[in-house]
Design a protein around this ligand. Structure first.
Ligand code: ZN
Length: 137
């Protein structure tokens, strides 16, 4: 009962397993990749409405570079590094969303320290290395 559609389903199965084999050990996609692609496509759309040829060329180049970067990250076998990039990106987004706090990196050990906003000048003590530093919040 396979009929005429049989070869096509067979083809899809083969293509699917081929793709799965190709992607084995590769990183795949994540939030950072999605963001890169959205920005890349947005720049590409903006470039279409720019009359200046030079600006259009620059924007198109940036847009293609971003999309290439996203593809490169998806195909990457260095999954640990890609995972770390995505983790940093998500931390950055969390910081931007958090309007009640400011974030400082400890000058000694680079540990990020979160402090409440709008308190004026305060002395911050690093929770990791006990280094004290003064910042305006
Ligand atoms: Zn520290």
């Amino acid at each position: 009962m396979s009929g005429n559609g049989g070869w096509f389903r067979n083809f899809l199965n083969r293509a699917g397993s081929g793709f799965r084999r190709f992607m084995t050990g590769r990183y795949g996609t994540d939030q950072l990749n999605t963001a890169i692609l959205i920005v890349g496509v947005a720049i590409c759309i903006v470039a279409m409405f720019i009359p200046s040829a030079i600006v259009k060329l620059i924007l198109t180049t940036v847009s293609y570079s971003l999309m290439f970067w996203a593809v490169f990250r998806t195909m990457s076998r260095n999954t640990y590094k890609r995972y770390q990039e995505n983790r940093k990106f998500r931390m950055l987004i969390d910081r931007i969303k958090d309007r009640d706090h400011r974030y400082y990196d400890c000058p000694r050990c680079r540990q990020p320290v979160r402090v409440p906003k709008g308190k004026g000048k305060i002395a911050i003590t690093c929770p990791k290395c006990r280094e004290k530093f003064i910042k305006k919040t």
